[in-house]
Write a new protein. Structure first.
Ligand code: NAD
Length: 505
């Protein structure tokens, strides 16, 4: 990897410069963009200046992706695509530490989390490489002197629009299946976290991907490169991760072009603790799933529903564990929880703390900004716990995207299911019980794309991931992910070549 992407290991230091976009296999200056200043959320200071593109740059990138799709890339056999993806995966694996530090710097996520998360991505890419030559069609028996068969074809040029909370993960879940399917790509990272996408481009270049197969154009969403991708007639599909409102805007923008879409959107996941659970294990999962990523995860178990006999015990333990979370500089490997990704995100979280109080929930831990000593200019918030929450409160209905757990009591299984499903979202859910019958009964009734029983956030390359209801369209990961990047063609061949004259009599 180029020197400019090498490990940083500390906050502060000179501002890094990333002056180019990656289009058509070249590093080029933006035509109608400029420079984004990327803020280190731990210090509030600019740590990198990154080129961003506009409409003209998206036009160039889409043209390069189209040329590659119809040209060199289309002539490469699936097993050769797989080999390139494996080579890329190996290069990626060798750069985990650099990538983790870049992502921590850009997003503020604690290094111990980015290392663990990014450490798994090579396995995702290997998994998708293994699927590159498996999307075979079917032969359909008709017996009418016709031979009918289906073929699965790449959808074409894919515009990928990613969020700031998990930049490399969201890119990985899209790039893997898209490239395995034979698509070409224009990737637009979030304006807050543009650096790691450029590091990815460097690795694709090193792995020998033909020019134009992967293009990276950092840029803004509304009115910028994101909107330009969404409305572009030359883009066959948009793969998006982000907020529901943005997905709706993308749909409106793209309506004229009738693209295909996959949407990975938000969540307000129920995490249900029955009284018969192994409470210590359930607490390990429930506290971690409320505060991981500093609360900025779509899969957060932020509605912690607790059966009444263990409610007080769980409230007390949650508050005690909040006090044990080491909030600190995210590049410090000892830090459990870093800052919120932006000042805006921190203010939003603190606003919701105020809303929770006004709604009558009891703040039993956290709720404040942390700004002493080395944290003074960063966007740090304490892990926060509300007891006495109700499912109709805004802190239980709206995605806060901060480290705020709302503990909601319930009486029985029926009420637990009703509360769990009483939400606009349907991304993930968790439940803890030692009763195997209850595990099956309750998990079967929860309207969510993934339900975890006696575990939480088990997400791997093999496990389909995506939402019901307002949490999205389509699935990422698993063999199902390939469906999002493939179209089916049916071919019907007459074995006789005869066609009756409909107007003979
Ligand atoms: P966002 O919707 O604000 O932005 C996401 C991306 O969309 C950014 O790249 C942005 O530039 C772009 N964008 C914004 N407006 C646009 C427009 N009008 N046209 C085209 N592009 C536009 O989301 P965010 O705040 O970056 O991310 C947080 C959200 O992502 C949360 O709601 C979270 O739950 C969700 N998320 C979901 C998953 C999942 O897998 N379901 C994973 C991670 C994050």
């Amino acid at each position: 990897m180029n020197q400019q992407f090498s490990a940083i290991q500390r906050h502060g230091g000179p501002v890094e410069e990333y002056p180019n976009l990656y289009i058509g296999g070249s590093w080029v200056a933006p035509q109608d963009g400029g420079m984004i200043e990327s803020i280190d959320p731990a210090t509030g200071a600019v740590w990198a200046r990154v080129a961003y593109g506009g409409k003209a740059d998206v036009d160039r990138a889409v043209a390069a992706a189209r040329e590659a799709f119809e040209g060199e890339w289309s002539r490469i056999a699936p097993h050769e695509r797989a080999a390139m993806l494996r080579k890329f995966a190996d290069l990626y694996a060798a750069k985990v530490e650099d990538l983790a530090q870049l992502e921590t710097r850009d997003s503020g996520r604690a290094l111990r989390e980015t290392r663990a998360d990014i450490g798994m991505h090579a396995q995702y890419y290997h998994w998708f490489a293994s699927l590159a030559d498996k999307h075979d069609g079917r032969s359909i028996p008709m017996g009418d002197a016709v031979h009918v068969f289906t073929s699965r074809l790449p959808v074409g040029v894919v515009g990928m629009i990613c969020p700031w909370n998990v930049p490399l993960m969201s890119a990985c879940w899209k790039l893997g299946p898209a490239l395995a399917a034979g698509c070409t790509v224009v990737l637009k990272p979030a304006e807050q976290t543009p650096v790691t996408a450029l590091a990815l481009a460097r690795l694709f270049e090193e792995a020998g991907f033909p020019a134009g197969v992967v293009n990276v154009v950092p840029g803004y969403g509304r009115g910028g490169a994101g909107e330009a991708l969404a409305e572009h007639e030359g883009v066959d599909k948009i793969a998006f991760t982000g907020e529901g409102e943005t997905a709706r805007a993308i749909l409106r923008t793209g309506a004229q072009s009738l693209k295909k879409y996959t949407f990975e959107l938000g969540g307000k996941s129920p995490h249900i603790l029955f009284a018969d659970a192994d409470v210590e294990q359930a607490l390990n999962a429930a506290t971690n799933s409320a505060w991981t990523l500093c609360g900025q995860s779509c899969a957060l178990g932020s509605r912690v529903m607790v059966q009444r006999p263990i409610y007080d015990q769980v409230v007390e333990a949650f508050a005690a564990r909040a006090a044990k979370v080491r909030v600190g500089l995210p590049l410090d490997p000892a830090t459990h929880m870093g800052p919120q990704s932006s000042a805006e995100q921190m203010e939003k979280t603190l606003r919701y703390v105020q809303i929770g109080r006004e709604e009558g929930a009891e703040l039993v831990a956290g709720g404040n900004r942390l700004d002493a000593g080395a944290l003074s200019n960063g966007y740090f918030v304490e892990p926060t716990v509300f007891a006495g929450a109700r499912n109709d409160m805004r802190i239980a209905r709206e995605e806060i995207f901060g480290p705020v757990a709302a503990l909601i009591p319930f009486d029985d299984e029926e009420e637990a299911v009703a509360l769990a499903n009483d939400t606009a979202y349907g991304l993930t859910a968790g439940l803890w019980t030692r009763d195997v019958g209850r595990a099956h009964r309750v998990s079967a009734r929860i309207r969510a794309g993934i339900v975890w029983v006696n575990t939480y956030r088990y997400i791997r390359w093999t496990t389909p991931y995506g939402g019901f209801k307002a949490s999205g369209w389509g699935r990422e990961n698993g063999v199902e992910a390939m469906d999002a990047y493939l179209d089916t063609r049916t071919t019907v061949i007459s074995t006789t070549g005869k066609f009756p004259d409909a107007y003979a009599d």
